[in-house]
Each structure stands twice: as structure tokens, then as C-alpha cells.
Write a protein that binds this ligand. Structure first.
Ligand code: SF4
Ligand code: SF4
Length: 290
């Protein structure tokens, strides 16, 4: 982020304000886990770490994690993990407080790193959505956009995925505890296909796939089962959507299909949002649409 000290921990996706260990004195470092607008799936990934979490718990003091315990320790905290996006004026204020009480702040998951599925409001009229969903919309205090945490406060690292991968989460936590750069490559899902010897779906079977523009982390889960990637880890570090979109069309997707696949969990990531808007602006409306 502009004007922030330190060098990036990871290319493109990660922004660091320093690479030192999260603490330097003799006490155990403290961990806090915060929830904003989200489904809790990424926090559940942390709970799902089981054995690894026990080992980590021996080295850190889990001071604030309401999903796991109502007992809370006072801040400031050495490492904060933040799940969810900012969708209300209260969220916007609370994330500034979280930043102020956190020595390092890592955002986890598509909601926190790209605004999540709730960012579909960014492409529509939020007042219309509110009126359609709630019986008394006047009681709902919401912002017009759902924004990534990094659009509100400086963050030290962004971990992508919907939900995040548990191995990558453990890597990020241990890296911050050790004061080293997390080993999270920002290459595409295609690399994982090659590693697993998965035959390329578009090349061999004409199946549309967002793998070439999607951040690795899932181990090429969908292509391994013959299904095209739909981008749940968000954009990789080397996105070239203008090159991929003609291939998606060749493999049978209409412009409306392409817009739809780009507007899921990472709809508001700059790369996916820009491409989907460009297609919409340049497309003829499909038959039957207003
Ligand atoms: S199947 Fe998809 S993710 Fe895998 S190599 Fe082909 S384009 Fe890339
Ligand atoms: S949609 Fe793409 S990134 Fe998500 S699990 Fe499937 S292959 Fe992985």
C-alpha cells in the first residue's frame, strides 16, 4: 500500500510492514481471530487444523477467538487473523480498532481479500437488494459496497481462498511466528495441474477453466475431478484475462456465462471486476433479458 514501510512478503498479493518475528521478548506471542461479513468457513478451517493447532497452541497464546472460546484476553495482539469484508459503517470503524491493537494483521479468505460473494452489491443498486430481501429495509444500515480489508486499513499479508487451504494457513502462522516470509507462491492453478499430472481440460477436452488466471492453493481440486476451475482462490499474480476470455468463448461460454463465472466469491477483485465490467459494456443483451 502507498507509503507503507517494509518490503512485500509475497509478490502482488502480500503486503508487509515488516518481516521480523511477531514478538521479541520472552512471553508467548498472542493470536487474535476476528470476524467481519463472512460465513465463518475460514475460521472453521483454523479449527479444522486439529493436530497442528494443538502444536501451535503450545507456542502461542490464543487470546481472542470467539468461534472457539468466549474467554478473551486483552490486546494488543501480536498476530491478528481477519475473516470477512467491511459492509457496514460499524465494520469500517471496528477494523480500524483491530488494526490499532494488532502488531501484524493477516486477512484470510475471499471475503477479507476481495469482498466476497456479498460484493455482488457493488454491481447493483444496494437499496434494491435491501428492499427485496428485508421486510423492513429501513432498519438495515449497510454500505453500498463490500470491501476487502486492505481497502480499509494496511494489512501485512493476504491469504486467498474460499475457504482458505489449511496447509497454507499453518504456513502463514508459523512464518509470522518465525519472522520469515510465508512460502505461498502466487502462481496459477495450472501449475498444480502439472504437478498432479492432471491433463489440461481446455486443451484435451474443450472444458472451460479459470485455472490459468486463478491463484494456486487448492491443489487443482476441480480439474482433478474433470471440472473446470471457477476461480474460488481469486486472481493469481500473473492474470491475463484478455487472453483467456476468447478461449472460454471457444469452449462454449457466452458473454453472460463469463460474467457470471467472474462474479462469484472474488467478484470485486480488481482483475475479475474490471474484466466482467468490460464484457458487460461491450456485449449485446441476450434474448429475453431486459
Ligand atoms: S485444467 Fe485448467 S487449471 Fe489445469 S492446466 Fe488446464 S487450464 Fe490450467
Ligand atoms: S474453483 Fe478453482 S481454485 Fe477453487 S477449488 Fe476448484 S480448482 Fe481450486
Amino acid at each position: 500500500m502507498p507509503g507503507r514501510p517494509g518490503r512485500p512478503l509475497g509478490r502482488g498479493r502480500a503486503a508487509a510492514r515488516g518481516t521480523g518475528a511477531v514478538m521479541t521478548d520472552d512471553r508467548r506471542p498472542t493470536l487474535a481471530v476476528w470476524k467481519f461479513a463472512s460465513c465463518d468457513g475460514c475460521q472453521l478451517t483454523l479449527l479444522d487444523c486439529e493436530d497442528e493447532l494443538l502444536a501451535i497452541a503450545g507456542r502461542i497464546d490464543i487470546a481472542y477467538f470467539l468461534e472457539a472460546s468466549s474467554a478473551t484476553g486483552a490486546g494488543p495482539y501480536d498476530l491478528s487473523l481477519v475473516e470477512g469484508s467491511v459492509t457496514t459503517p460499524a465494520d469500517a470503524e471496528r477494523i480500524r480498532h483491530v488494526r490499532n491493537v494488532s502488531r501484524r494483521l493477516v486477512t484470510i479468505g475471499a471475503c477479507a481479500t476481495a469482498g466476497g460473494i456479498q460484493a455482488l452489491r457493488d454491481f447493483a443498486d444496494v437499496a434494491e437488494f435491501r428492499a427485496a430481501v428485508y421486510a423492513r429495509p429501513e432498519y438495515i444500515d449497510t454500505l453500498a459496497e463490500s470491501t476487502a480489508i486492505s481497502r480499509n486499513v494496511p494489512v501485512d499479508f493476504e491469504l486467498r481462498g474460499c475457504p482458505i487451504d489449511r496447509g497454507q494457513l499453518i504456513e502463514v502462522i508459523t512464518a509470522f511466528l518465525a519472522g520469515r516470509r510465508p512460502d505461498i507462491p502466487d502462481h496459477s492453478v495450472c501449475f498444480a495441474c502439472k504437478r498432479r499430472s492432471v491433463v489440461c481440460l481446455p486443451v484435451a477436452r474443450g472444458i472451460p477453466c479459470l485455472g490459468p488466471v486463478t491463484h494456486a492453493g487448492c491443489g487443482a481440486l476441480c480439474p482433478a475431478y474433470g471440472r473446470g476451475c471457477y476461480g474460488c482462490f481469486g486472481p493469481s499474480g500473473s492474470v491475463n484475462l484478455p487472453a483467456l476470455i476468447p478461449v472460454l468463448r471457444r469452449d462454449g461460454m457466452s458473454d453472460a456465462d463469463v460474467v457470471r463465472v467472474l462474479r462469484t466469491f472474488n467478484a470485486a477483485s480488481p482483475e475479475f471486476a474490471e474484466a466482467s465490467k468490460r464484457i458487460e459494456e461491450n456485449s449485446e443483451p441476450e434474448e429475453g433479458t431486459p
